[in-house]
Structure formats: C-alpha cells, structure tokens
Design a protein around this ligand. Structure first.
Ligand code: UDX
Ligand code: ADP
Length: 457
C-alpha cells in the first residue's frame, strides 16, 4: 500500500490522542494534525502537551517529527491529505433555534467549506466529532458544492474513547465503528479506512454500517451509559432513606450477566464533554422528528443528574446544621473524573457554585485540574482558594467534599487531616472511594452516597 497522508482538523481531546495512536500503529502513514488555535498547536509541539492523558506523552514523543506533525497550515494539510478526519468541537447551541439542545455545527461547516476551498483532488472525509444523525448529508452537500468537480466520500467513524483511559481505549478498542454510503464508492472508502485500523485492531472488532446508523450509534452509546449512571444515582437516593447500601445493591445486581458490573458506580453525577451534550442532541432530534415522548424519556437522564448534585449539597447543608455560610470547605477534586485535567460539565463545578451561593469559603485541591478550575470559576463571587497541597486545603476546614475519584485521595493521612480541621469535622464522599469506617473511627462524621451516614451525634 502506498504511503497515505492522513489529516486531522481539530487538535482537541479526541483528535489529539486518536491521531497519536494512528501514527504510532501505522509508521508508513503520515499523520498531520491541524488546528486554528495556534497556542494549542504550539503546545502539541512542545514538552507540555495541551491535555493530560496517561501514556499520551510517550506515544507523541515516539512519533512526533517521524510521521506525526502538528501545524496551523490548514490549506497545505488539506491539499496533501488522502483522508481527512474532522474532529472539531460541536458544542450545544447557545443561541437561536434549538438553543440549549441542538448541536452547534458552525465549526463543522466552516471546516467543510475550507476543505472545498483548498482541495485539489477528491478525498475521504471522516466525521470523528459527535454529530446529530444525518449530518453527513449536509456535509456532503457542502463538499459537493465545489466547482472543481471533485468527488468526496463521507464516512462516519465516531470515537468511543473515554478520557483518562484514551490511549488504552484507542490501542485496544471494544469496537471501531465505520459508517459509509451503501454504494460501490462508499464501500471502497469504508474498506480504505478499515485497512488503517486493521493494522492493530482485530478485524471482527471493526464494525461497518450505513452512515446514519453509525452517527446515531455514537449518541445512543453515550445516552445508554449516562442513563446507567442516572439510574444508579436515583437509587442511591432511595438507599439513603432505607438503609440499603448502593454498592451492595449494584454489586449484586451487576452479577447478572445481562446487567453486567461496569458503569454502576454511584456518584455526585456524570460530567464530561459528551454525556449531557449528546443527550441534549438526542432530545432535540427526537423533538425534531415528532417524538416528544422519546425526547422526554431521555431528558429525564439529565434532570436526574442535576438532581443528584443538588441533593448532595442539600445533604451537606442538612448535616452541617443548615448553614455553611462562612465555613471553609475543602473540595477534593474538580476534574469530572480521575486521571484527567478536564473539567467540562464537571459536577464539582455545580457543587462549588451552589456552596458559594450559600456563602461557603472554598479551598479547592485537584492534582491536575486547578488551571481549568480557575477558568471555570472565574467571575464566581465568594472566597475561593486553589491549593496544590491537599493538607493545606483541609487545614481549618469544617468539611471535606470528595468530588473526583483520584487514587491519591485514598492515600492521604486522614488522622493528620482530621487534627487540622475544625470540629465537628465532616466528610462528604461524593464518589464512595474512601474507607468510611476508618474515617469514622478517626472522628469524622462521614456521609457517603447511597449509604447510611456514620455520625458521632
Ligand atoms: C464518555 C464515554 O465513556 C466515551 O465512550 C465517549 O467517547 C465520551 O464520553 P468520558 O466522558 O471521557 O467518556 O468518561 P466516562 O468514563 O464515560 O465518565 C463520564 C462521567 O460519568 C464521569 O463524570 C464519571 O465520573 C461518571 N461515572 C461513570 C459515574 O458517575 N459512575 C460510573 O459508574 C461511571
Ligand atoms: P473534542 O473534545 O471534541 O476533541 P475540543 O474542543 O477539545 O473538542 O477540540 C476541538 C478543536 O477543534 C479545538 O482545538 C478547536 O480549536 C478546533 N477547531 C474548531 N474549529 C476549527 C476549524 N474550523 N479549523 C481547525 N480547527 C478547528
């Protein structure tokens, strides 16, 4: 096979790691990642990568300048590419029709238009960003509006990687999904992309479908995962009222092979750039296609998620004598999950804003996300301190609220922490990761999620 040129437009959380692994696994393919954001590209070319992801740095160092390149020269990238991955952001629309639900496709459309402008031959264009079903149709219309008589094949190849495990997910995916047109040209394009992944992914895990199934599968996969978390979180509320224990309930329920043990962990709620956005997108689509009952059904997954963080703050207030005003609260973790610095839609942010409204003073500690936390809380009113050291964060605090399941939080000296705190000392474990009985023994009043609180009064 001749040396292919792959271009990825959009050097974010999806495009960055995905292209690094493709370059790593396909040394005979030249992979170029472009972005309009010069600072981001400069960071990809430096020792300080713009995103934190375990294992990413090693892969990038191995491939950079060998067959992996980062650039802001988008026209050149487009001219040279055989396959173009489009991995730009598709946030929820904040204005106009569909505001708050529909996907904002302006970045995608601009990308399609620059492909039309700069391409000198036909190409395979791959949708990597999560998109509403049938976006490929619009994409195709824009691409074929070219006056150069160029033919493009559109493929959908949604990314299922989860942050924090991106490299592992990319190197050993459960499945790779490729959707294309059901025409000979479409099938040839699918095969071309299959041949890239087949270098390291077993053929039976590469699934090919029609375009619309592939686009919809991405939304549905995320909706089903988020629904699982909301279902468990809804039951955690019931557990707290009935002295059932959520970990025992999900542990036993998950033993049923039809249910399965994964993704059943109760929490303060799901965050991340995908779940909420994709469900809103699904809700909008259902409304658009005249299915309001289906839209309501999925919207409830988001409502339950919002309820969970409100409920958590409500529990904090009730436990702390109905007021946190002027009390110092140590926030352990701001990232939306462990092993990432990403804070997009993090439930920690919602909890912090609610606590600030109650006039609490916050000491926020996170091993990787303090920079993003500062940006997210810019403009919030109240006292907020950002601390690299968890012991300093807890010093003089009335309570600790665990927001992220960082492993390092399990390894702290909680006796030392307890001794430095105001009494009575409260600990609210929004992730159920700590040893609650041991903390109670030390003297903490412990409030897990979906379990009986352990209190000294
Ligand atoms: C998700 C999908 O997993 C991935 O396939 C898709 O490509 C992008 O969206 P990501 O958002 O990176 O990935 O993280 P994920 O591990 O799915 O966690 C999402 C949120 O759910 C996190 O806030 C996490 O803490 C929470 N969660 C997850 C729970 O609260 N309980 C669980 O049992 C699992
Ligand atoms: P994701 O999580 O989907 O990867 P990110 O926001 O992390 O989303 O990354 C998307 C990237 O796409 C950003 O770095 C943004 O600058 C880039 N981008 C958006 N529009 C364009 C465009 N027209 N051309 C090139 N890059 C773009």
């Amino acid at each position: 096979m001749s040396m292919k040129n792959i271009l990825c437009i959009g050097a974010g959380y999806v495009g960055g790691p995905t292209m690094a692994v493709i370059a790593d696994r396909c040394p005979d393919i030249k992979v170029t990642v472009v972005d309009i954001n010069e600072r981001r590209i400069a960071a990809w070319n430096s020792d300080e990568l713009p995103i934190y992801e375990p294992g990413l740095e090693e892969v990038v160092k191995r491939c950079r300048s060998r067959n992996l390149f980062y650039s802001t020269d988008i026209p050149k990238g487009i001219r040279e590419a055989d396959i173009i991955f489009v991995s730009v952001n598709t946030p929820t629309k904040t204005f106009g029709a569909g505001a708050g639900k529909a996907a904002d496709l302006q970045y995608l459309e601009k990308t399609a238009r620059s492909i039309v402008e700069h391409a000198e031959n036909g190409k395979i264009v791959v949708e990597k960003s999560t998109l509403p079903v049938r976006t490929a149709q619009a994409m195709s219309r824009i691409l074929h509006s070219n006056t150069k008589n160029l033919k493009f094949q559109i493929l959908s190849n949604p990314e299922f990687l989860a942050e924090g495990t991106a490299i592992r997910d990319l190197e050993n995916p459960d499945r790779v999904l490729i959707g294309g047109m059901e025409t000979p040209e479409g099938e040839a394009a699918i095969e071309e992309l299959v041949s890239v992944y087949a270098r390291w992914v077993p053929r039976e895990r590469i699934i090919t479908t029609n375009l619309w199934s592939s686009e919809l599968t991405k939304l549905v996969s995320n909706a089903l995962l988020a629904q699982r978390v909301s279902s468990v979180n809804s039951i955690s509320a019931l557990c707290e009222r009935t002295e059932a224990n959520i970990d025992e309930v999900t542990g036993a329920a998950g033993k049923d092979s039809r249910i399965g043990p994964k993704f059943l962990k109760a929490s303060i709620g799901f965050g991340g750039s995908c779940f909420k956005k994709d469900i809103l997108n699904l809700v909008y689509l259902c409304g658009h296609y005249g299915l309001p009952e289906v839209a309501d059904y999925w919207e409830q997954v988001i409502r339950m998620n919002e309820f969970q963080s409100r409920r958590f703050v409500g529990n904090m207030l009730a436990a702390m004598f109905n007021t946190v005003a002027d009390k110092r609260i140590a926030i352990f973790g701001f990232a939306f999950k462990a092993d990432t610095g990403d804070t997009r839609e993090s439930p920690a942010c919602s909890v912090c804003l609610q606590l600030l409204e109650e006039h609490a003073r916050l000491n926020i500690h996170d091993p990787k996300a303090l920079g993003n936390a500062k940006l997210d809380l810019e403009g919030a009113t109240g006292e907020i301190n950002y601390l690299e050291d968890p012991y300093e964060a807890a010093e003089g605090a009335h309570a600790i609220a665990v927001m992220t399941e960082w492993k390092s939080f399990r390894e702290l000296d909680y006796r030392r922490i307890f001794d430095s705190m105001e009494k009575p000392a409260f600990l609210f474990d929004g992730r159920n990761i700590l040893d609650h009985a041991a903390l109670y023994e030390i003297g903490f009043n412990v409030y897990p999620i979906g379990k009986k609180a352990l209190t000294h009064f």
